[in-house]
Design a protein around this ligand. Sequence first.
Ligand code: NAP
Ligand code: ZN
Ligand code: ZN
Length: 348
Amino acid sequence: MISAKSYAAQDPQTDLAPWNFERREVGPHDVQFDILFCGVCHSDLHQIKNEWFPGIFPMVPGHEIVGRVVKTGNHVKSFKVGDLAATGCLVDSCRECENCKKDLEQYCLNGATGTYNALEQDKKTPTYGGYSNTIVVNEDFVLHLSDKLDLAATAPLLCAGITTYSPLRHWKVRKGHKLAVLGLGGLGHMAVKFGVAFGAEVTVLSTSPSKEKDAKKLGAHHFLVTSDEQQLKAAKGSFHFILDTVSADHDINMYMSLLKTDGVHICVGAPPKPSQIHAFTLLAGRKSLAGSGIGGIAETQEMLDFCAEHNIVSDIEIIDIKDITKSYQRMVKGDVRYRFVIDMATLQ
Ligand code: NAP
Ligand code: ZN
Ligand code: ZN
């Protein structure tokens, strides 16, 4: 076994703290890479606090993982020692079901294996994520990175990037579309960058007036403060799509009134409590309420290649892993510009 260091939650009540554990030996199809940076996703906090469902503890969060290969199995063809490598939210899936065969491993009908807080395909062995110094992953779930992009700022592409790229591609958001991005956090700021790159007219809907300047710098054409009744009224019926990245409870009915007829409200944010939708929200204007979860491996590689070509990375604040709890507190307050990334050299 390979000894690994990490920051882990021992239970939902206590803060993350150093924890040593073991990773599996590198198998014939595995790649081991040392983790240089790991992004901090709001899903990490939802999960260590059991906000979605009872988790598997100890829990090592982190699914925006980038680093360099230190060992490869005998059968590994696509990576060699020294290569850059990355892993996102998935480390395995059944590979046989209808969805896996369509490159939609995230929707594996037999249960995809998440990078942490999940079980391997043996349905017994827990997985541990990227707040750690090293990881062993089957090569089919390891992504290639361009060395043209800043490595730390590339890490958030592995979740915030693909989670926003995938629905915008699925719904073919492009020139001529008015796209609203609801919530300007980790996912939201990537949605703005992709929406603009795909040619849409992008409006940020935010609870934080202080983010207006940043929104424009990120490329957004318009900015609307959602607590301002006048601004909301003026925007009724104006968007083809709303990409909803909000992490906390919010009234979807109110936001859907901003959609045009046939508009689509796409949930990517995953608040702990269920939402209440009024039938009239949907039937008045033939509107759709939809959702989207991360993205498959092939699409994640496509997104990374697109980012390398168009020079797109995340706007980040690099943190020491010892400051993780403080960073979560700032994230909950919406005070992150726009993704925390852990410098794994600080994990001693
Ligand atoms: P984040 O950085 O904390 O951003 C969330 C943003 O939502 C905040 O910055 C804030 O933006 C807005 N917000 C927060 N509370 C709000 C409220 N009560 N009402 C309205 N807006 C509010 O989080 P993230 O990492 O981007 O993740 C966002 C959500 O997506 C989380 O629930 C996460 O679990 C989920 N997620 C889902 C997937 C998926 O596969 N679908 C993947 C990754 C993450 P403003 O300050 O602009 O209002
Ligand atoms: Zn995530
Ligand atoms: Zn499957």
